[in-house]
Every structure is written in C-alpha cells, then in structure tokens.
Design a binder for this molecule. Structure first.
Ligand SMILES: Nc1ncnc2c1ncn2[C@@H]1O[C@H](COP(=O)(O)OP(=O)(O)O)[C@@H](O)[C@H]1O
Ligand SMILES: [Mg+2]
Length: 293
C-alpha cells in the first residue's frame, strides 16, 4: 500500500508533477494567470513571466492551458524546451505543430522564407478567417537563442489594424530578463510582464492545506503542526517546489518511523540528514556573503 493511502489520502498530496488540480492560486500566481488571460483575450501579443527555479512557472503554464482548453476559440501550442539547432528548425517545429501544410519538393526542410510565409498565411486564416486566437506558450524561455527570439519577434509583427495575429506567452528563469532587455525591439512589445516570487508564510501554509484537501484527506487528525509548517517554510525559503518536496519527505517519515504528526523537530531531523549527506541546497546569498568576508 502506498504511503499516502496509509495516512488516509486518496491521491499523492505532494507529488512534484505540475498537476493543475494541485495548483494553489497564491496572490502572485493569480495575478500572473488572470492578467495573461486578459492579454490573450484582448489579443495584445506578448506576455512574459519570470521566476526563479521552483517558483511555479511550469505549473502556472499547465493551469493556463487548462483554461484555454475550455474555450474553442483558442488554438495553442506549448513549447516545453525551446532549444533548436537553428531558426529554420524552430520555424519548422512551429509549423509542424500547427499542422501547416508546406509544399516540399524533396526531403529537405522548407526554406526559412517558405516557413515564414506558411506561418503568416496560417495566422491570417485562423485569426481573421476563423476568428481564432492562435497562442504559443514557451516554457524554459530563458533557453531561447537570440535567433529564436528574433523569429518570434517577426511573427509578432503580423497584425491587423485591431489586433496581433499571434499571442505569445514566455515563462522563464530570471536570466530571460537580460536577454529580452538586450533586444529593445522585443522588450518594447511586451504588454504584460511579471515576476513570481517565493510565497510568504501564510500562503505556504495555505498551499500545504490546499494540497492535503485536494488529495482527498479525510482523517480528522492534523498531520502538520504549526511549528512544523514554520520550519518547512524556513528551510524552503518559500519556494513552492522545496515546500512540496519537504512535505513529501515529512509524510513518508511519519509512515516509516511510525510517527503521528509533522512537527518542527521532525523537519529539523530531515534537514540535518540532508546536510549530513551533502545533499542540502546551498543558499547562494549566504555563499556570496561568505566570499566577501
Ligand atoms: N502554486 C502552486 N501550488 C501548488 N504547488 C505548486 C505551486 N507552484 C509550484 N508548486 C509545486 O512546485 C513544483 C515546482 O513548480 P514548477 O512549476 O515546476 O516550478 P518552475 O517551473 O518555476 O521551476 C511543482 O511541481 C508543484 O509541485
Ligand atoms: Mg519549470
């Protein structure tokens, strides 16, 4: 029997897969989501969401897709990892994903000009002919090369008098900021920009409680005591992924060691074990300041 069933859950409460069902709408996640949806509805073109590793960008993108799936006027494509050998490969992959028919004379890739033209025709047909909103969502967007950003910039130029024909949502780590800043033509086109920060304590607590409820916890006992949650928060520094992982470990420990509740002592033991085994996450800020001393 899985550990979570023993504890009285129907589903795994602290899996780290980006399941929208387990996505807690913190203040910042809600601002990012609702503003992105508004920009998409108004067809204003480009939204950029930044955030450190583990702040919930991929989870947010899944939630966004869940929302778009419910509407039949959206055609969207999600790029999970935008690493491409060259611009032609990138354009080809976009065209392929939108199932654009391109005339091909031989086995070689269509030319960049043909790919651009095919995409432009597609955007006009869908956007003007069929009143659809064509959207590309790029996760891990900090990996976009300068060439790929330029490809996207050109696509963003296709517009009618009233709206952009392509909607683009980029989600990426903080280094995406400087990349985009270096291309003023691109930066100027951003209609919504936002940075996700780690959660505050109250939200971290709510996130834990939310996930417990979503996993169908019915037993009446409090599995996480307040001091345990505070300790988790401090170790995780408010990062949702770290919180999720610590909670998972803490619940597993309850089962393995036959304990009843996650308190501060248990969380400290887990953190100590990580430090002893050399697997703890170093704090980059502390490290930097220790270099300066
Ligand atoms: N708002 C949230 N509510 C619940 N869990 C979250 C939330 N944000 C992140 N998580 C958890 O943290 C993990 C890491 O988040 P992820 O979206 O992969 O972060 P990022 O893409 O920014 O690195 C997710 O798989 C999920 O388990
Ligand atoms: Mg991610």
């Amino acid at each position: 029997m899985s550990y979570f069933k023993i504890l009285g859950f129907e589903k795994e409460p602290f899996s780290t897969s980006p399941d929208p069902e387990f996505f807690y709408l913190s203040k910042e996640h809600e601002i990012a989501l609702s503003n992105t949806l508004i920009e998409l509805r108004l067809k204003r073109g480009l939204s950029v969401i930044l955030g450190d590793i583990g702040t919930g960008k991929t989870s947010l993108s899944r939630k966004l897709i869940q929302e778009l799936k419910q509407r039949d006027d959206f055609i969207f494509h999600m790029v999970l990892d935008p690493t491409f050998e060259n611009d032609q490969q990138f354009l080809f992959s976009l065209a392929k994903n939108f199932e654009i028919n391109l005339v091909k004379n031989n086995a070689a890739l269509p030319s960049i000009a043909d790919l651009r033209e095919g995409l432009e025709r597609f955007l006009f047909q869908k956007g003007v002919g069929e009143a659809k909103t064509v959207t590309i969502i790029v996760d891990e967007a900090q990996k976009l090369s300068e060439g790929s950003l330029e490809v996207l910039r050109v696509l963003l130029n296709y517009e009618t008098n009233e709206f952009k024909l392509l909607q683009l949502v980029l989600l990426g780590q903080l280094e995406l900021h400087s990349k985009v800043m270096n291309i003023p033509n691109f930066f100027d086109r951003i209609s919504f920009k936002y940075t996700l920060n780690p959660l505050d304590f109250a939200e971290a607590k709510e996130m834990i409680e939310f996930r417990i409820a979503q996993a169908g916890y019915k037993a009446g006992m409090h599995l996480f005591l307040d001091d345990g949650i505070r300790e988790i928060y401090q170790h995780a520094k408010g990062y949702p992924r770290q919180i999720t992982m610590l909670c998972h470990k803490a619940l597993k420990t309850l089962v393995l060691k036959n304990r009843f509740a996650v308190d501060a002592k248990l969380v400290r033991e887990l953190a100590d074990e990580e430090i002893k085994s050399g697997w703890h996450r170093r704090d980059p800020l502390l490290e930097r300041s220790s270099i300066n001393v």
